[in-house]
Design a protein around this ligand. Structure first.
Ligand SMILES: *Cc1c(COP(=O)(O)O)cnc(C)c1O
Length: 397
């Protein structure tokens, strides 16, 4: 079967969506999304939107209102900046991966004056460097990625939040691939704007974006000196949220799905969900390492929601390309993992460890990766990956 012949209606039951987003959508959530569409300004939907907000607040660690938009994660990144940038305002954007670079590009497109704080990919930004840059230049905001999906690195928001707490600059954070899988305590840490989206650890299809905005950020937004935006205007979104509505037609089905997904998170218990992500990501790293992969990056805080591996060499000493493993897993098993479409292209593979997944998921990943490596001519001790992962799971990592 060629790629062009592959049809959604013929996706086999063994198809495994193991990307760092979009992620597998549980049956319960799919059923909720399939319910009849209701009036987006009627009582049934208002109750659902209010419930989505109430269930999200503890996951964000906030008492803020939640603003919902029909869009992918990038739309919310743009919304966050469009609401706070006025002509001439400068942003300090931390770029330690592909999504940080995207944030900088969005800022420039508004346009805003963007200073990029470059950090080597695979490392986390040093909060002291942000502090030093804030002393040199007056910034409207420090902008960064919570969980950089291209490198598997988590930013130290506790320390960065502390730097900005008594400073006029805002802290704007993309937690698209973090929220629901990596801890977020927005109010306690002093994060001013958090944006996220439905299709990662929140276990929904793509298409629903959300934002949570602090009182400090509202003071900037309400100055009304922005470069301008209509659809993304947070003030309009807030006015609608006060009535448990969205400013424009909400993706009604997705909000229903999100409520179900959030209910699942709370049934399991948020601390348990976060611990499951951490434990299973660590076990996958342990198993992959035993198979000969390397763990990309040297940051103190590795992601719980995405595992990024560098590639082993073949027995003859030549290097394999990440794309070969991605293709082999799809061709052999219809398992879909990610490579990289940036400067790491060919050099890494990335596997999602977020949302609806368990021990069996990562053990299957490792069994299939082992087969791939053997087919590609890499020296592998059969069973070593599973053994190491099971050992890691047994000790709780
Ligand atoms: C997935 C992702 C996004 C959003 O990408 P979209 O394709 O626009 O949904 C943004 N930031 C990060 C860190 C992501 O992982």
């Amino acid at each position: 079967m060629t790629r062009h012949d592959a049809r959604i209606s013929e996706v086999p039951s063994t198809y495994r969506l193991r990307l760092p987003g979009p992620t597998e959508v549980p049956e319960r959530v799919r059923q909720a999304i399939a319910r009849p569409v209701v009036n987006h300004r009627g009582p049934e939907f208002r109750a659902e939107l209010a419930r989505a907000e109430e269930l999200l607040q503890p996951i964000l660690g906030t008492a803020n209102r939640i603003l919902f938009f029909a869009c992918s994660g990038t739309g919310m990144m743009e919304a966050a900046l469009a609401n706070i940038v006025s002509p001439g305002a400068a942003l300090l954007v931390v770029a330690h991966g592909q999504f940080g670079e995207r944030f900088a590009a969005i800022g420039r497109s508004l346009p805003a004056k963007v200073d990029v704080l470059e950090v080597p990919w695979g490392e986390a930004v040093d909060p002291a460097v942000i502090e030093a840059r804030l002393r040199e230049t007056e910034y409207r905001a420090v902008v960064l990625i919570h969980n950089e999906s291209s490198t598997g690195v988590v930013s130290d928001l506790v320390a960065i939040g502390a730097v900005l707490r008594d400073h006029p600059a805002l802290l704007v954070v993309d937690s698209v691939s973090g929220l629901g899988g990596v801890e977020m305590r927005q109010d306690e840490w002093g994060v001013d704007i958090v944006v996220s989206a439905s299709q990662k650890a929140l276990m929904c299809p793509p298409g629903l974006g959300l934002a949570s905005v602090s009182a400090k950020a509202w003071r900037v937004i309400n100055r009304d000196d922005r470069v301008g935006s209509f659809y993304w205007d947070f003030r309009r979104a807030l006015a609608a949220a006060e009535k448990a509505e969205t400013a424009f037609t909400a993706p009604v089905g997705l909000v229903g799905g999100l409520c179900e997904a959030l209910a699942m998170i709370h049934e399991e218990g948020l601390p348990n969900v976060l611990e499951r992500h951490r434990r299973l990501a660590a076990a996958l790293r342990a198993g992959g390492t035993a198979l000969g992969f390397g763990v990309f990056g040297s940051a103190p805080l590795l992601s719980s929601t995405v595992v990024v591996f560098t590639l082993p060499a073949r027995s003859d000493g030549t290097q394999i390309d990440g794309g070969q493993i991605v293709r082999d897993l799809y061709d052999r098993h219809r398992t879909v993992i990610a490579g990289a479409r940036n400067r790491l292209s060919g050099r890494v593979i990335r596997i999602g460890t977020m949302g609806a997944f368990g021990q069996g998921t990562i053990l299957t990943d490792l069994a299939q990766l082992e087969g791939s490596l053997i087919r590609l001519g890499c020296p592998v001790t059969p069973g070593a990956g599973l053994l190491a992962a099971n050992a890691a799971l047994a000790t709780g990592c």
